[in-house]
Design a protein around this ligand. Structure first.
Ligand code: CU
Length: 396
């Protein structure tokens, strides 16, 4: 799913740079004004998730709002930036747990990330999740506490969203990510006379948290690279592997261990119950996994009704066509394929997407390797995330 992001990563980088520049000067201003005028509206910057490098070239994500709680005055605004997340403010008085269970927990619910297309057997990213609600496409909105406000998919549909907070002092509310609803942020609107943290103080604590998360992700990554096996009740030795690994606030985008060394005829068991956020899969060969993860291009409908055309790289529709742009999934993302035995470098074997928040199937996937591999091993990857999550099975 993340592969779509690359289309706009250059654009996003430009926006982020602009933000850093703007943020720096706003910061200086706000701390200078902090004592003189408590009533002056401030803008706060919040990261929705944060890419981390868990050792060289190892991709991980801090799965949380940074900061995850904030106090603001009425009239202040919050700017949310992120990649492949949403910032979705629930009405005042709405508890996230029950709201998620009834609106964003299961296929078919209004705000569940995946949805059925009008074409049969087609799954798309839910337009209600990926498009803004109560916000403009350029990302500005006002939150009044009465109705839900959704940024849309940050980093793809909109680079950032600035919400002006107009809820009454004394109220509080939750902001969640609809793609990963375990990501939740609490916002308290306090009286103008009540002291609140400055952006500089927020930045300092976010920086500490990111440093700690990076260290944890790096340590976990290298620990998971050790190979383990177990013996079944019938006395068979099975090799343990993990397609992705999550902790409460971390997502590791890797296959663990990266290289499996096994003997001819042995079976590998890939576990999926350690995944909390996004589903993953095991797909042989790796090239096919990459194709599946890329999926069909996002599509716009032709104005004359004669079918669809691919959207532009910046997620707009070409002349003569219109949105809303649909992002379809390759059907092979969800479907298990193959016969459970990998017999050549071109043999197609696919666990289908498992685990995470969206997919109820968290069962392990078993694959047996009856023939020896080429020297470098059989290469596989994740059909959801592509080659950024790949591994090798060396069979001798
Ligand atoms: Cu994956």
């Amino acid at each position: 799913m993340r592969s779509h992001i690359r289309l706009v990563s250059a654009l996003l980088l430009a926006v982020m740079l602009a933000l850093v520049v703007a943020g720096g000067s706003a910061l200086a201003r706000s701390s200078a004004n902090a004592r003189s005028s408590a009533a002056k509206a401030r803008n706060f910057k919040v990261l929705v998730g944060k890419d981390l490098e868990a050792g060289k070239g190892n991709s991980a994500d801090a799965m949380r709002f940074l900061p995850s709680r904030i106090r603001v005055h009425r009239g202040d605004s919050i700017t949310f930036t992120g990649e492949f997340h949403t910032a979705t403010a629930l009405p005042v008085g709405t508890k996230p747990g029950p709201w998620i269970n009834s609106h964003a927990r299961h296929f078919g619910q209004t705000y569940f990330f995946l949805a059925a297309d009008d074409e049969p057997h087609t799954t798309i990213f839910n337009p209600r999740v990926i498009y803004p609600k109560g916000c403009s496409r350029s990302g500005s909105c006002t939150y009044n506490g009465k109705s839900l406000v959704n940024s849309g998919l940050l980093g793809l549909v909109t680079p950032k969203t600035t919400m002006k907070i107009n809820a009454a002092p004394g109220s509080s509310f939750w902001v969640i990510c609809l793609v990963h609803p375990q990501m939740q942020m609490h916002v308290r609107v306090v009286r103008a006379s009540t002291h609140i943290r400055t952006q500089a103080q927020i930045n300092a604590s976010v920086k500490r948290l990111v440093r700690r998360a990076t260290a944890n992700a790096t340590a976990l990554w290298s620990k998971l690279n050790h190979q383990h096996s177990h013996t079944t009740p019938s006395g068979k030795r099975v090799i343990d592997a993990y397609a992705g690994f999550d902790t409460k606030h971390l997502e590791l985008f890797g296959m663990f261990p990266k290289v499996l060394n096994i003997h001819k005829g042995q079976t590998v068991e890939w576990h999926f119950n350690q995944i909390r956020f996004e589903p993953h899969s095991v797909v042989f060969p790796a090239k096919t996994a990459q194709q599946i993860s890329t999926g069909p291009p996002p599509m716009c409908e032709k104005n004359n009704g004669s079918g669809d055309v691919p959207a532009n790289q910046n997620f707009t529709c070409p002349a003569g066509s219109h949105g809303p742009i649909e992002i379809e999934l390759d059907p092979r993302i969800l479907q298990q394929g193959g016969n459970g035995q990998l017999t050549s470098t071109t043999d197609y074997e696919n666990s289908g997407a498992r685990g995470g928040f969206d997919i109820p199937n968290h069962k392990p996937y078993f694959l047996t390797f009856p023939v020896s591999s080429p020297k470098g091993g059989f290469r596989y990857a994740c059909g959801v995330h592509g080659l950024m999550m790949s591994g090798f099975v060396k069979v001798r």
